[in-house]
Design a protein. Structure first.
Length: 295
């Protein structure tokens, strides 16, 4: 009977866990849908900024820029300085291989940079990413930020300020950001995007001839730097938004799989329970019959 009691207890425990995973799946599905709706506007905005900054870089010879501006358009200015890698991960777990996919990509690139004799610095966003990187790359980690529970621009501004300060002080030569990009609710792709130096070319979706380039006339000092700040902030904000959508999609899928696995386990345990009960009943009947025959 103790075996039956243990089976009933385990079935009850699995059912309780299944309720939690089902609830988490529903919550993640709601968050995924809400965040996904923001992606399109963000993509359109970032595309316009990329084209604008590419045009600025193409139409303004580096010799005509201030030394401060040159640092953002050419890696030659700080060519021997470290490469900054900004890594976006999640604050919470229960989202499958979401964080490890980005970690694997960054680890591969760090190895290539080290083999080329380059220096590396890291900015980590998200507790789970920090937990992955601190064991092997703690000496590279420059800053760590918690991923906010609700999306806002504050974190993007903080990281932008840190990056531009590092560029201004000549501490880095380039900056790339790593994040998961959402293809759909099931598939997330580990992605890296160059932030600095700003590429001096147009995006593939906008191919202009040299006659079609926009001509910029700047009024007042600091306009280019203001545009750079806007561009860097937008790039970071886009990566954070993509990562949030991908995280909720990954968690939704993971919790859906966990719920289905719980169903299978409950069915197996229920079958085992029924067989055990049947065995006990059969054994009791055999003992009763044997006792009756003995009398």
């Amino acid at each position: 009977m103790s075996g039956l009691k243990q089976l009933r207890s385990r079935i009850k425990s699995v059912k309780s866990t299944q309720k939690i995973t089902k609830a988490m799946q529903i919550v993640s599905a709601t968050k995924f849908t809400k965040a996904k709706s923001q992606i399109k506007d963000s993509e359109d905005y970032i595309e316009i900024l990329r084209n604008t900054m590419s045009n600025v870089a193409s139409r303004n010879n580096l010799q005509n820029m201030t030394e401060e501006e040159k640092k953002f358009f050419s890696s030659d200015v700080n060519i021997n300085k470290p490469h900054l890698l900004v890594v976006v991960t999640s604050e919470r777990g229960l989202c499958g291989s979401f964080n490890f996919a980005v970690f694997k990509q960054v680890k591969f690139d760090i190895a290539n940079l080290e083999n080329a004799g380059k220096q590396v610095r890291l900015i980590i966003i998200g507790k789970k990413g920090y937990d992955l990187f601190k064991w092997q790359y703690s000496h590279y980690i420059d800053n760590y930020y918690d991923f906010p529970k609700y999306h806002n621009n504050n974190l993007a501004f903080q990281i932008k300020d840190k990056i531009t300060e590092m560029v201004d002080s000549g501490k880095i030569s380039s900056c790339q950001i790593y994040f998961n990009k959402c293809k759909n609710a099931i598939t997330q792709i580990a992605t890296k995007q160059q932030i600095l130096p700003i590429e001096q070319q147009l995006s593939s979706s906008e191919q202009y001839s040299s006659e079609q380039y926009l001509s910029y006339e700047y009024e007042g000092e600091g306009l280019v730097l203001n545009m750079i700040n806007l561009y860097v902030t937008a790039q970071i904000n886009y990566a954070l938004l993509q990562s949030r959508v991908s995280e909720e999609g990954a968690r939704m899928t993971a919790m859906d799989n966990a719920t289905k696995n719980a169903d299978e386990l409950i069915n197996k345990l229920t079958l085992t329970l029924n067989r055990s009960r049947q065995d006990i009943i059969t054994r009791d009947l055999i003992e009763i019959i044997a006792g009756a025959e003995a009398i």
